[in-house]
Design a protein around this ligand. Structure first.
Ligand code: NAD
Length: 439
């Protein structure tokens, strides 16, 4: 990684927009496990794209910062998430990170959750789209093009829970019975408890981001996905607060005989349908008819399940990017974890992190560089430059045994070129520079 301490800071305006200099400082956390494989490749590919796009008038000044188990192994007394790291991520506004392992046993529950909560990065944004050539287990993966906005700070993820038999669990049970009139539980001595806080402010700021994205990206619909038929005051309220916000902040209105609400996109004039769907029905519909979905807004736990399940429809978590965004501040990261089973073997797919970097470049307004990264990934995948995870997924989808190498690229018919992490990075750079490459 090219270490630069130079560069200028990104600033957040009062309206939560950002001001980006030509040489912004970008903190980067290498990450644990495969982080050491994919993060240097990401920096190299991004540097190439920025240089190709702007010929030196713009560049990113990477600012490596410490976090995670790798950092702690180098310095055993160190906090895996130093306060200084959180301060740098806050101060520099936009950053990117590799995956971090969650320490087993006491201490911080999850470094990733801790970063999201400390920086109040309330929207987890995960685009799920198909790349030509990639073999998928579904018939029409090209119909999958959606963006999940997952609430990132509330819900059962807040970790307010007590184990079976604890004093707290017993006190809570007494309180529920005597103060709130809850009927005695079926198994009172062996019940554990978890609390699911969901607020109007927390829900509406997430849904506002999803609707604003639909406007900016000229999308056709925003679907509020919830389990409100069962959890009426949390998941059900999420849906109602969403509709109320669409009316009060975006001028949404009803249309005779139609479910949901409609917003006229103030930029393009196209109609955006705001609707809702129960979570189990959504999971069925998105498998059967993904083309009907566009932008999804949902609660924390639902969003976690959905994004991995949907990513599997288009080639797996090796090509699924993500971002955690607050009021200006943003941390971009691959959806997957540290993949300890393949760490250090030059076998990890770097595309998830490359596509997270593409989202980051767009977020800071470096659109031309973002387009080059996207073109490079599309071109490399379409021309058969595949890491082992993609080959395995294709073999499974095409019904081959694990040992059989033969795989037919979907649609393109090109030959397969098995590559490792670094080879994938080289292929992405190659296809950035090939005008008109398939992808
Ligand atoms: P994982 O995502 O690390 O791995 C699941 C499977 O996917 C493994 O078979 C792995 O080899 C494969 N895989 C993951 N990324 C890949 C890539 N880029 N290329 C090819 N294959 C890839 O999930 P896990 O094993 O449940 O978690 C391992 C660790 O990662 C845990 O400590 C967990 O807490 C942490 N984690 C971190 C994040 C994050 O940093 N945002 C997210 C999830 C899990």
């Amino acid at each position: 990684m090219q270490i630069q301490k130079t560069g200028e800071p990104i600033r957040v305006r009062a309206d939560h927009g950002i001001e980006v200099p030509d040489h912004p400082r970008i903190p980067v956390i290498e990450g644990d496990g495969v982080g050491a494989d994919i993060t240097p490749v990401m920096c190299k590919v991004v540097d190439h794209a920025v240089s190709q796009a702007y010929g030196g008038s713009r560049a990113l000044a990477w600012h490596p910062v410490a976090a995670g188990g790798g950092h702690r192994r180098a310095c055993p007394e160190a906090n895996p998430l130093p306060e200084e790291t959180l301060e740098i991520l806050k101060r520099e506004v936009v950053s990117i990170k590799g995956p971090l392992e969650t320490p087993v046993g006491g201490g911080v529950r999850s470094l990733n959750v801790a970063i999201r909560q400390a920086l109040d990065l309330y929207a987890c944004v995960r685009p799920i789209r198909y790349f030509p050539g990639v073999v998928s287990p579904v018939r029409h993966p090209e119909d999958v093009d959606l963006v999940v906005f997952r609430e990132n700070t509330e819900d059962i993820y807040m970790g307010i829970e007590w184990p079976m038999g604890s004093d707290e669990a017993q006190r809570l049970q007494r309180f529920l019975n005597t103060e709130l009139g809850v009927a005695p539980l079926r198994f009172p001595s062996t019940t554990a408890f978890g609390i699911k806080p969901v607020s109007r402010e927390g829900s509406q700021r997430l849904i506002a981001k999803a609707i604003q994205y639909a406007i900016d990206a000229d999308r056709r619909s925003v679907t509020l996905v919830h389990k409100g038929n069962i959890m009426k005051y949390t998941e059900g309220a999420f849906c109602q607060w969403g509709y109320a916000l669409a009316e009060s902040a975006f001028g949404a209105r009803r249309q005779a005989g139609q479910r949901g609400l409609w917003i006229t996109n103030p930029v393009t004039g196209r109609e955006i349908h705001i609707r809702d769907m129960i979570a189990d029905n959504f999971l069925q519909q998105v498998l059967l008819d993904p083309a009907q979905f566009d932008v999804i807004a949902t609660l924390n736990l639902n969003g976690d399940y959905f994004s991995d399940a949907l990513a599997a429809q288009v080639g797996g978590i090796g090509i699924a990017p993500g971002a955690n965004i607050g009021d200006g501040t943003a941390v971009f990261e691959a959806t997957h974890g540290t993949a300890p089973d393949i760490a250090g073997q030059d076998a990890a797919n770097p595309c998830s992190m490359l596509l997270s970097a593409e989202m980051m470049l767009r977020y800071i307004g470096f659109h031309e560089a973002a387009d080059l990264v996207l073109a490079g990934v599309r071109g490399a995948l379409a021309h058969g430059f595949w890491t082992p995870d993609l080959i395995r997924a294709a073999q499974r989808a095409q019904g081959h045994a694990q040992a059989e190498p033969a795989v037919t690229l979907a649609e393109t018919g090109f030959a397969l070129h098995p590559v490792g992490t670094r080879g994938m990075g080289e292929a992405v750079i190659l296809y950035m520079d090939v005008p008109g490459a398939l992808g």
